[in-house]
Structure formats: structure tokens, C-alpha cells
Design a binder for this molecule. Structure first.
Ligand SMILES: C[S@@+](CC[C@H](N)C(=O)[O-])C[C@H]1O[C@@H](n2cnc3c(N)ncnc32)[C@H](O)[C@@H]1O
Length: 294
């Protein structure tokens, strides 16, 4: 019987990337790297440092199974069980939205506004993350702002379990309080407590009418609860209404926006807020809106 070829890491990455390109799989190179890294227990950088490493037959079997899942459309981050946000690794599965690169810009914008706010507590701020999902925003803020205390709220108990597990992995659990609470409910402010120096949220903002237009992978695998609001503005409306109870004077409110959302959110703010800023993403689309509580 002919012996099966022994693949090296670099050969397998090259061949699999070409195969994914041919099959029109999104993020072909990243998919190959994350899946092989997962199977070999190596970080992506280590794959390149150890590129001549032979892949054993049992590793090859596991890698091929992961590739088949990818071919069926399951997002690579769910197959690999990890996503990277602001350079940090987060465990993810179908209970949570996969953190997006645009959200890194929102987080950065929020940190800049907080630093510029002149709040005496800006070095050790209290922060509320509404709709925390995997915990990517809250945990990254805890890592970037070592003096910060955070509250991370989500209506999904399943998502909160993922967020807690990520907070443990990053060693920031003692500084984050996780709260199961519904941001659309009038008891929300009471449940999460206040007042905060920064309230940040990447809420569900895709109007139900747009759901059908989303990528098939997103619709099949990511939680609809994390993405869709019936009209699109419900979460902004409720969070802005609760803001007086959530934010101290001079506190910063920062939202991720739908690309068409800036004017609508601005209109909700009224006279209770000043210093409104809208920031665009890599594609020159409005992505973050921040303002200061008057
Ligand atoms: C767009 S995802 C954001 C996840 C994460 N913060 C991120 O940026 O990757 C929105 C999150 O809001 C949560 N959510 C949905 N409805 C909610 C509600 N009524 N109250 C609180 N959280 C809610 C979802 O479970 C989901 O985790």
C-alpha cells in the first residue's frame, strides 16, 4: 500500500488556502491558519515559526474534519473556538456574536473620549458594557485600563457564561460584575446600578427587514438576538432614556452604530447630552457615536 504523504505545516496552509479560495470560502487564509492552529495547539504566529513541522496522520484527520465544517459554512471562529479582538484571544461559540474589527474602533474611540473627559475618575473609571456577548468590550477595557471597574450586562444567560469564562481566562474576573438584565426593560438601570463614567454598547441594531440580506453564514450560525432589533433603534432609545440613571455628570455614552444610524441616534439625544462626535470606520461608514452627559 502506498504510504500517505506527510504534510508540513507550510504545505498544508498553502494547499488549504488555495482550496478555500477555489471554493469561494470567506477569509481563506485566516480559516486555514485558525483551523490548523487549533488542531496543532499552536498560535497563528507559531505556525510560521514552526512551518516545517510534520503533521501527523491523526492531526490530518482532525484538520480535514474542521475544513469540512468550514466548507459547510460554519464560521471559522466557531470551529476553532476562538476569535481575536484588539489582539486578545476570546473563546467563542454559537452562544455569542463573533467580535468584529469595527467594534475595536468603537472601543478605541470610547477610551479616547474617557481619557479626554476630564473626569477625576478617568484613571479608575466605572464602566457599563450593555450587551456584552463574549465579553470582548468589557474584558478588553479591563485589560487596557487596569484601574477600571466594570459591569457587563446581557439578557442572554448563555452569552454571560461565555463572557465569564473569557474574563477568567484573562484574569480580570474580580473587576467585572456580570449582570443578567434586559436593556429594554424599565428595571434595567436599577439592576445594573449606577452611576458610571462610561456606558458603552454595541447593541442589536439590524432592522428585522434587513435580516434576509445578511450573509448566509451569519444567519445560520450567529445568534439573531445579538443582531436584530425590530425597527433598529429600540436599544438606543431605551439606553438613552435610562442614561440619566446610568451616567454621572460629564460621563461618556458611546454606541456602535448601524452605517445609517448616526442621524437617528443623534435625534434621540436631545438636550441632555453635549459634545456629540461621530467616528467613521475603515470603509468611511459612520460606526461610533459618543456624547457627554450634561
Ligand atoms: C451586537 S451583540 C454585541 C456583543 C459584544 N458586545 C460585541 O461587541 O461583540 C449584542 C448583544 O446584546 C445582547 N442583547 C440582546 N438583547 C438584549 C437586551 N434586551 N438586553 C441586554 N442585552 C441584549 C445580545 O445577547 C448580544 O450579546
Amino acid at each position: 500500500m502506498p504510504e500517505e504523504k506527510v504534510w508540513s505545516v507550510v504545505e498544508l496552509l498553502k494547499t488549504t488556502t488555495a482550496f478555500f479560495i477555489d471554493k469561494k470560502i470567506d477569509e481563506p487564509r485566516l480559516s486555514a491558519e485558525l483551523l490548523l492552529g487549533r488542531v496543532l495547539g499552536l498560535q497563528r504566529l507559531q505556525l510560521y515559526l514552526d512551518h516545517e513541522r510534520p503533521v501527523t496522520p491523526s492531526e490530518l484527520v482532525a484538520f480535514r474534519a474542521a475544513c469540512r465544517e468550514r466548507m459547510q459554512g460554519r464560521p471559522v471562529q466557531y470551529i476553532a473556538g476562538e476569535a481575536f479582538f484588539y489582539g486578545y484571544r476570546f473563546f467563542v461559540d454559537e452562544r455569542v456574536l463573533i467580535p468584529r474589527p469595527e467594534t475595536e474602533l468603537v472601543l478605541e474611540h470610547a477610551m479616547e473620549r474617557l481619557a479626554a473627559s476630564g473626569l477625576a475618575s478617568a484613571q479608575s473609571p466605572s464602566i457599563l458594557d450593555i450587551g456584552t456577548g463574549s465579553g470582548s468590550i468589557a474584558i478588553t477595557l479591563a485589560l487596557r485600563l487596569p484601574g477600571a471597574r466594570l459591569t457587563a450586562a446581557d439578557v442572554s444567560a448563555a452569552a454571560l457564561n461565555v463572557a465569564r469564562c473569557n474574563a477568567d481566562a484573562h484574569g480580570v474576573s474580580e473587576r467585572i460584575t456580570f449582570v443578567e438584565a434586559d436593556a429594554l426593560d424599565s428595571s434595567f438601570a436599577e439592576k445594573v446600578g449606577g452611576s458610571f463614567d462610561l456606558v458603552i454598547s454595541n447593541p442589536p441594531y439590524i432592522p428585522e427587514a434587513e435580516w434576509a440580506t445578511l450573509q448566509e453564514e451569519v444567519k445560520r450560525y450567529e445568534p439573531k438576538l445579538a443582531l436584530v432589533a425590530p425597527v433598529g433603534f429600540e436599544y438606543y432609545e431605551r439606553i438613552v432614556a435610562a442614561a440619566p440613571a446610568l451616567l454621572g455628570k460629564g460621563g461618556v455614552l458611546c454606541f456602535e452604530l448601524h452605517a445609517d444610524g448616526a442621524a437617528g441616534v443623534r435625534a434621540l439625544l436631545g438636550s441632555g447630552f453635549g459634545g456629540i462626535e461621530v467616528m467613521q470606520d475603515y470603509n468611511k461608514l459612520d460606526r461610533a457615536l459618543s456624547c457627554i452627559s450634561a
